[in-house]
Design a protein around this ligand. Structure first.
Ligand SMILES: [Ca+2]
Length: 202
């Protein structure tokens, strides 16, 4: 009988945790470029292309984003618009980056907007070690009145190194208030278990 009393709150807690984690859905459409050359959701500029590469392999699947391909040396970028941003919320931006040589010429960038009005730009360089995937990851707070962001990665350099990118992720970080609520619910559920245990032992 005790096992049944324990199981119900544990299942409820598991469902809460699943709900909390599913709220952090990736806001990037086509994050792994697996629709081939269709380039869904991404705007490409300069020497940017979606390629089926042999070596090194894409981080996942068959396709990756490439910038400054060897036969097309020059600057370029991939950008992706996301609307419905919550002003003041914290967002996590990460991707997987590789290249055919070491380079620090590539960057990750976020351009925040309120409608069509530019608000702020965040940018960070990417340090690529040729032949090894790296996973730069950052938490960035959206400006208070932001409702749109352009997620971008690229290079302004014109070198012969080809940057390769895959599995881009941009999602909202749960607010501390949500986590506190989840924590207090968990404490409440375990407290309930304690009450039931005491009740059954009397
Ligand atoms: Ca891929």
């Amino acid at each position: 009988m005790k096992k049944i009393c324990l199981a119900t709150p544990m299942i409820a807690l598991a469902m809460l945790v699943i709900t909390a984690s599913s709220a952090q859905a990736n806001l990037i459409s086509n994050p792994g470029f697996e629709d081939g050359t269709e380039q869904t959701a991404w705007t490409l500029t300069g020497t940017a292309g979606i390629h089926k590469w042999e070596a090194p392999n894409p981080h996942s699947g068959d396709w990756l984003a490439a910038i400054s391909v060897p036969w097309e040396v020059g600057a370029g970028a991939f950008s992706h618009e996301i609307t419905g941003i919550t002003g003041g919320a914290t967002y996590a931006y990460s991707l997987w980056a590789d290249g055919n040589a070491n380079t620090t010429d590539y960057y990750m960038k976020l351009s925040w907007y309120s409608g069509s009005t530019p608000l702020a730009v965040w940018s960070q360089g990417i340090s690529i070690t040729g032949g090894t995937y790296t996973n730069p990851s950052y938490n960035i707070v959206a400006p208070a009145i932001a409702d749109k962001v352009i997620v971008e990665f690229g290079t302004i350099a014109s070198d012969a190194i080809c940057g390769k990118f895959d599995d881009v992720d941009f999602d909202v970080v749960p607010e501390p208030a949500s986590l506190l609520l989840l924590g207090s619910l968990a404490v409440g559920l375990f407290g309930l278990v304690g009450v039931k245990r005491r009740a059954t032992t009397r």
